[in-house]
Design a protein. Structure first.
Length: 172
């Protein structure tokens, strides 16, 4: 893999229920690294939906997720979600503990209309019982062109992120 990162976009949000980050991806790169830094006001998993070039959510049961939960305070665990309408848990488990949650998502082929979109991820959360690490993969099993992400907590409702910061880089 190439090692040079090219800055594409940064989105910084405070006190929001969700973030819709458009124009993160373009046809200039096949691989992107997306860094998430966030603090959520409840216990929740991170949910992600993909966006088309107009900022509309790509619906349909095309989202698959598989993660390995690496908890220092208990046994490791696996999580799988197949044929879903979201990617869930690609950052570990979010809490409102000081230190927040961080994740790096490497996204492959987002704008290609002849390939599926894939993600490899690693994340970390600070929890009152200890650290919660995560390694995972995900796929979007359709050939829609992807240009952005909608990010929200699995608890839904009016629970907010204190902050949710996104930095996107193209890999050259």
């Amino acid at each position: 893999m190439a090692t040079e990162l090219q800055f594409v976009k940064e989105v910084n949000s405070t006190d929001v229920v969700s973030v819709t980050a458009t124009d993160l991806f373009n046809t200039q790169y096949e691989v992107y690294e997306v860094y998430l830094d966030m603090l959520y006001n409840a216990g929740s998993y991170l949910d992600i939906q993909l966006l088309d070039s107009s900022g509309n959510v790509l619906t349909g049961s095309h989202y698959d997720t598989a993660t390995l939960d690496l908890k220092v305070y208990s046994s490791f665990g696996e999580f799988r979600l197949e044929n879903s309408t979201i990617w869930r848990g690609l950052s570990g488990y979010m809490t409102n503990t000081v230190g927040g949650n961080n994740a790096k998502l490497t996204i492959y082929n987002p704008t290609a209309t002849d390939k599926y979109t894939f993600v490899s991820t690693q994340g970390a959360s600070s929890m009152s019982s200890g650290l919660f690490g995560l390694k995972g993969i995900a796929s979007y099993k359709a050939t829609d062109a992807v240009y952005g992400l909608k990010i929200f907590g699995s608890t839904g409702g009016s629970i907010t992120f204190d902050y949710l910061n996104i930095k996107c880089f193209g890999v050259k």
